[in-house]
Design a protein around this ligand. Structure first.
Ligand SMILES: [Zn+2]
Ligand SMILES: [Zn+2]
Length: 306
């Protein structure tokens, strides 16, 4: 498949290219023993759930993009702060690009179809200039509802976005440094512990969450099975579902975009949806969209004819 017509391959988006490259290089410091601590490893693994699953999958994707549930504003904003720490751009931009993906899935105007090639669908699409994705244009078309919220507007127009991001680096480093000092460690030991939390808890975690999110765009449009005859190449990919906590049931999602539940068969484990159920039971989520009955009838039919 050809690249979107609005893409100019020769014009690199340097801000993205440098950021993606730098994060990968810094994350490699984790291979040096001086930066290692088990607390750092645990903070990276827990962070993949807290920042990636709750921030990106639950909030940016199921809540803001598809309106599959409603949370109190304070909680929605708290989830957005977590998502901002994942360095996947602002809520308006993420939502707009993703809504465009659903509108043009696996056709030329899809911003990130892996039918161009795997690398393009995974990360390449972010690194080349695409006039279709210029902020004001896609905001007007796909993200007007998001920008009605003054907090999300501030993330576009002020230094709030980088402040949250760099603030999160400081929190990781300072909490490690202070905890070690309080436990009677020397200055150099505290420095080392703080650095291990920064490298593992921020950089390793961010790079891991990037590839996890990107695998939905790349692998889950190439490999896996289909429950539904959607007009695109979306697939249910169990490996992607496992690492994304449920986003890998991507063919189900394309068949029924509004549903907050992406796992449709009983064994299609969807931890994001289970987290939403917990929120619902605590009174922190309402209007949770379940799979549409007419869509589910399509699944039953597929089962019978198999
Ligand atoms: Zn998709
Ligand atoms: Zn979606």
């Amino acid at each position: 498949m050809a690249l979107p017509a609005a893409v100019n391959k020769r014009r690199i988006v340097w801000s993205y290219a440098i950021t993606v490259g730098a994060y990968h290089l810094i994350a490699l410091l984790a291979l040096i023993p001086w930066y290692f601590s088990w607390t750092g490893v645990v903070s990276a693994v827990l962070g993949m759930y807290v920042f990636g699953t709750l921030g990106i999958n639950l909030c940016y994707h199921r809540l803001l993009t598809h309106r599959g549930l409603v949370c109190p504003k304070w909680l929605e904003h708290a989830f957005v702060v977590l998502a901002v720490c994942c360095m996947q751009d602002t809520p308006a931009r993420w939502v707009a690009v993703h809504r465009r993906h659903h509108e043009h899935s696996d056709r030329q105007d899809d911003p990130h179809s892996p039918l161009v090639n795997f690398f393009w669908g995974h990360v390449g699409w972010m690194l080349a200039e695409n006039r279709d994705l210029v902020r004001l244009g896609i905001f007007d078309r796909y993200a007007k509802d998001i920008l009605r919220d003054p907090f999300y507007k501030r993330l576009e127009r002020t230094l709030l976005y980088p402040s949250i991001l760099f603030g999160s680096w400081a929190v990781f480093f300072a909490s490690g440094f202070a905890a070690d000092m309080l436990a009677g460690g020397s200055f150099s030991e505290a420095l080392q512990f703080g650095a291990s939390l920064l490298i593992w808890g921020v950089f390793v975690r961010t790079v891991a969450v990037w590839h996890i999110t990107w695998s939905v765009n790349s692998a889950a449009h190439l490999w896996g099975y289909r429950n539904y005859e959607t007009g695109d190449r979306s697939r249910n990919n169990w490996m992607v579902a496992l690492i994304t906590n449920g986003e890998g049931w991507h063919n189900n999602h394309h068949a029924d975009t509004r549903s907050a539940r992406h796992g449709h068969r009983w064994w299609e484990l969807d931890v994001v949806y289970l987290s939403i159920r917990v929120l619902e039971m605590l009174g922190l989520a309402r209007n949770v969209c379940r799979p549409d009955k007419t869509v589910a009838a399509g699944l039953a039919k597929t089962k019978r004819t198999r």
